[in-house]
Design a protein around this ligand. Structure first.
Ligand SMILES: Nc1nc2c(ncn2[C@@H]2O[C@H](COP(=O)(O)OP(=O)(O)O)[C@@H](O)[C@H]2O)c(=O)[nH]1
Ligand SMILES: [Mg+2]
Ligand SMILES: [Zn+2]
Length: 307
């Protein structure tokens, strides 16, 4: 039988096989090629299953090749990585202007990650019902003006009032496997519950709630959409992180810089202060947004300090 892993609870995996849900475990040890993984199987994986005689459970005998995956460094085990989810059509970042505020820097780190995993990304602005005033309007306008020309759709919704959900958001996710990410409190669970009532995700008031010091060991989970397609929730996962990107490689993951690559005087240009740098010239001419360039510089600095 072939099925898709929808949840992992440590040593057991919940697998969807057509319209049946089966608990399965791994058969022996799996050889992972180059990757050192804390989890051999992730949510989203397609697997081959063998029934166990006389039991309701099954054994996973094979993982089918992954089309793609989102991975991050393990927080528990050095030099190991953790696959968050696999076989994704797209990644959705839920953002809000306030409570909590999603910074441009955070958005750009997310987009660098998804570019590096070669997964298309969409920005969903939630809590539109709370967005009023000049500063808020300007923020929203910036979001549209910066990200849409780069190929990242921006969709405005209110998960609470359900405005925009069916008309605007659904067409983006129908028939696809989408990963949902975003700061704690932006409304991911509320959104999931509005689209999939059976998901029954906990939602929290964030006032007075601090995630600092709280060690969350929650896992990703896949929920089938009634209209077709799947949503993968990633509770407790703040960032994917940016894995092993060389300084002169980072601009490959900025679409607006990628198109000028190879045009700088030096082939290993990091676009900081090199003479004959085309990226710096385009920044000056206004073809690259200063916020995006600032994020680029910040990520370079951060990554360097982590080496
Ligand atoms: N005003 C407003 N509040 C929302 C909206 N979506 C979520 N919230 C509230 O924001 C808080 C956090 O939501 P939750 O879904 O738990 O966020 P998560 O941490 O991303 O899963 C809850 O109090 C929700 O009721 C929205 O569209 N508008
Ligand atoms: Mg939540
Ligand atoms: Zn350059």
């Amino acid at each position: 039988m072939k099925g898709r892993v929808i949840k992992s609870t440590g040593s057991w995996y919940i697998v969807q096989v057509e319209d049946k849900i089966i608990s399965a475990r791994l058969k022996g040890k799996f050889k992972q090629d180059e990757l050192k993984l804390t989890n051999p199987i992730s949510v989203g994986d397609w697997v081959e299953l063998e029934e166990e005689s006389g039991q309701a459970t099954a054994v996973i005998s094979q993982i089918l090749p992954r089309e793609n995956y989102v991975i991050r460094k393990s927080t528990r085990k050095q030099h190991f990585s953790h696959i968050i989810a696999s076989n994704l059509d797209q990644a959705i970042l839920v953002i809000t202007m306030k409570k909590p505020r999603t910074s441009f820097g955070f958005i750009d780190r997310f987009l660098v990650s998804t570019e590096s995993f070669r997964i298309p990304a969409i920005l969903v602005v939630n809590k539109m019902d709370q967005l009023e005033g000049e500063v808020e309007e300007e923020w929203l306008q910036d979001i549209h003006e910066i990200y849409e020309p780069l190929g990242y759709p921006v969709v405005e919704i209110s998960a609470l009032t359900e405005k925009g959900l069916k008309e605007k958001f659904l067409p983006f996710i129908q028939g696809k496997t989408s990963l949902i990410a975003g700061h704690s409190g932006v409304g991911k669970s509320t959104l999931l519950n509005a689209l999939i009532p059976e998901a029954k995700q906990d939602t929290k008031e964030i006032s007075g709630f601090s995630s600092k010091g709280v060690h969350t060991t929650t896992f990703a989970e896949l929920f089938p959409l009634p209209e077709g397609g799947d949503l993968i929730d990633t509770p407790g996962i703040k960032e994917f992180g940016i894995l092993d990107i060389e300084d002169n490689e980072l601009s490959h993951y900025f679409p607006e810089m990628r198109k000028y690559l190879g045009q700088c005087k030096y082939h290993n240009c990091t676009h900081i202060n090199e003479p004959g740098c085309v990226v710096l010239k385009k920044l000056e001419e206004g073809y690259i947004h200063p916020y995006r360039y600032q994020s680029y510089v910040n990520i370079l600095d951060d990554e360097d300090s982590h080496r």
